[in-house]
Design a protein around this ligand. Structure first.
Ligand SMILES: [Zn+2]
Length: 285
């Protein structure tokens, strides 16, 4: 299986009939191929296409390789001002932007984010842009708490030291946050998001749980009448994510802390898995 689904690259060659993509054009790449014919595509929700083919699945190789053959529609041109490594942030930024559709942020909303990996960090930036008031971030790694602050977190919490959900609920006027986003997708972070949310609040599960069955605290969910949302990648956000990357490159680019050549990918993955070397996002070049 070939992993890798946050890609950017340069056009090497095009097939017959493809126009407008001269060799050398730099582009962010869309890792999913949609059918554009099913009822979900036709209703504008192609991210939940019934016939989706996602490159980076056991049967469909992803992007950790030298060459990929893609439909031209899967390419998003990037201007010279955006380096290729930063262009790899466009795909996850689009996911964070898509999650904001469910977060429904009103100016001044109190918000909590659980997990400050790359998706959590980009989510914090989007929340800031959307007008969130105070943003609490729960993240066990010190260097990622620092990154969360630079992305716009107002309060960072080490969940190994305190009960993060309780602290957030209390500090948010002793009523909880309007919206809690789970960007870590562990059993405990999903339940902390539920506990941190206010009555009538929204819980957005952006992360992907590694288990199929995850126990959730249904009593507070019901008592608070929470709205629980799931996020599947992104929909029509990649173009705006690209434009935002152009506008705010200096804000996002510091998330990329490491570059590793393809031949060292196993060590790069081992380091990411161990949360070593104070890594933010590692780019395979
Ligand atoms: Zn479809």
């Amino acid at each position: 299986m070939v992993l890798g689904h946050e890609p950017a690259g340069t056009v090497a060659k095009t097939g017959a009939g493809v126009t407008g993509w001269p060799a050398g054009t730099r582009a962010a790449l869309e890792p999913a191929i949609y059918c554009y014919h099913c009822e979900f595509c036709r209703s504008g929700r192609h991210n939940i296409c019934a016939n989706i083919r996602f490159l980076s699945n056991p049967l469909i190789p992803g992007f950790f390789r030298e060459y990929v053959n893609l439909p031209a529609a899967s390419l998003l041109p990037i201007p010279d001002s955006v380096p290729l490594d930063a262009a790899t942030l466009i795909e996850p930024l689009a996911v964070a932007m898509h999650s904001l559709k469910f977060a429904g942020i009103q100016i001044g909303d109190r918000v909590a984010v659980f997990g400050a990996g790359p998706i959590g960090l980009l989510t914090i930036a989007c929340l800031k842009l959307a007008g969130a008031g105070r943003i609490w971030v729960s993240e066990p790694l010190a260097h990622r708490r620092d990154m969360a602050k630079s992305m716009g977190a107002d309060v960072t919490i080490d969940p190994n030291q305190v009960d993060a959900a309780r602290q957030i609920f209390t500090e948010a006027g002793n009523r909880g946050v309007d919206c809690a986003l789970d960007c870590a997708a562990k059993q405990h972070t999903t339940n902390e998001a539920i506990r941190a949310a206010a009555n009538g609040g929204r819980v957005v599960i952006t992360g992907i749980h590694s288990q199929c069955f995850v126990p959730m605290e249904v009593s507070p969910m019901r008592r608070k009448e929470l709205a629980i949302f799931n996020v599947r990648r992104s929909n029509d956000e990649p173009e705006r994510a690209r434009d935002l990357m152009v506008e705010r490159l200096n804000w996002f680019a510091p998330m990329i802390t490491h570059h590793r050549p393809l031949r060292e990918i196993a060590a790069a993955f081992a380091n990411a898995e161990a949360y070593g070397e104070q890594a933010g996002k590692t780019v395979i070049v």
